[in-house]
Ligand binder design. Structure first.
Ligand SMILES: [Zn+2]
Length: 282
C-alpha cells in the first residue's frame, strides 16, 4: 500500500515530485499543464529526464496525472470529443516519457443522449488515445457521482466501458475509486454489510485487479447524497471509522491511496493528512 496525495505542479513537474517527497508521499498525483486549458505542454526529453532523476532521488515510487477538467469522452459533441482525445493523447505521451502509471480521468457527460451511447464513446475515445500514444502509461477511469448525464457512476458501467476496449489495450485501462464519490453513491465503509457490497460489486464487475488506485476524500454530504463535496479525513460523513475499515480491508492492501482533500492547513493534502491515515492502519 502506497499513501500519498495530490500535489501542485507550479514551477514544473520536478517541483511536484519535490513537494510530494517533502510531505512523505510515496505516490503523487498532479496536473500536467493547466486543468482549464486545452493547450497542453509537450515535455522535451531533457525535461523528462530531469523529472525522472528527481523522482529517483525521492521517496516517490509511483506517479499519476489527473486529466484536465475539460475532458469529456462521453460527449455527443464531436468537437469536444476530438479535443478530449487530443488532450488525453498529449497527456499520455507526456506520461510515457516520465514513467507515469496512468492518467486518471472522469468519463464525462453524455449530453442528453443515453448512458449506453456515452459508454460507447468513452470506450472509442480511450482506444484512440491508447493507440495514438503507445507506451506503458494507462488511462484510468474514475468512478464518479451520478448527477445529470454523467457516465461512469457504477462499477457495472466502468466494466462495460473497459469491455469495449480491444484486447491489445486491456493492460492499459483500469479504474480509480474515489471514496467520496462512492459514499455519495451509497457505499458506507463503516457499515460491514455495505463494505462487503463494495467488495462484491468490484469482484463481480471490473475485478479487484483492475482497481489500481483510490482517491481518498471524506464527504461533506451524507450517504447517498449524489453530491461531490470533498472534506478532510474524519471531518465528513465517511468518518475516521469508515477510513479505518477501508485501509484495513485485506482486498485493498496492494492499492495506491491518493489524498485529494482540501488539507488540514487548507493548502491541499500534506504530511499531516497522510499521518492521520497511517494512524488508522492496524
Ligand atoms: Zn477524485
Amino acid at each position: 500500500m502506497l499513501i500519498g496525495g495530490f500535489v501542485s505542479a507550479a514551477g514544473g513537474l520536478d517541483k511536484a515530485i519535490l513537494r510530494a517527497d517533502e510531505n512523505g508521499f510515496e505516490v503523487a498525483m498532479f496536473f500536467i499543464g493547466s486543468p482549464h486549458s486545452w493547450k497542453l505542454p509537450h515535455l522535451t526529453d531533457e525535461e523528462a529526464r530531469k523529472i525522472r532523476d528527481t523522482q529517483k532521488n525521492s521517496i516517490v515510487k509511483k506517479t499519476y496525472a489527473h486529466a484536465l477538467y475539460l475532458a469529456n469522452l462521453a460527449t455527443s459533441n464531436k468537437e469536444q470529443f476530438d479535443k478530449t482525445v487530443k488532450a488525453l493523447t498529449t497527456t499520455v505521451q507526456n506520461g510515457n516519457l516520465i514513467d507515469l502509471e496512468g492518467v486518471i480521468f472522469h468519463p464525462g457527460s453524455h449530453k442528453g443522449t443515453s448512458i449506453q451511447e456515452g459508454i460507447k464513446r468513452v470506450a472509442e475515445g480511450t482506444t484512440q488515445v491508447l493507440s495514438n500514444a503507445p507506451g506503458t502509461t494507462k488511462l484510468i477511469l474514475e468512478f464518479v457521482v451520478e448527477q445529470g448525464d454523467k457516465v461512469g457512476t457504477s462499477f457495472e458501467q466502468l466494466k462495460q466501458i473497459m469491455d469495449l476496449v480491444p484486447n491489445e489495450y486491456q493492460s492499459r485501462v483500469s479504474v480509480c475509486y474515489d471514496t467520496c464519490h462512492g459514499f455519495a453513491m451509497g457505499y458506507d465503509y463503516k457499515d460491514p454489510t455495505l463494505m462487503q457490497k463494495l467488495v462484491s460489486d468490484i469482484k463481480n464487475t471490473i475485478g479487484l485487479e483492475k482497481l489500481d488506485v483510490f482517491h481518498v476524500n471524506d464527504s461533506q454530504t451524507p450517504l447517498g447524497s449524489h453530491k461531490d463535496r470533498h472534506a478532510n479525513i474524519g471531518k465528513g460523513y465517511v468518518g475516521l471509522e469508515g477510513f479505518k475499515a477501508l485501509l484495513n480491508n485485506k482486498n485493498f492492501k496492494d492499492k495506491d491511496f491518493i489524498l485529494e482533500v482540501p488539507g488540514l492547513d487548507n493548502k491541499g493534502p500534506s504530511k499531516k493528512d497522510r499521518e492521520l491515515l497511517l494512524s488508522l492502519i492496524n
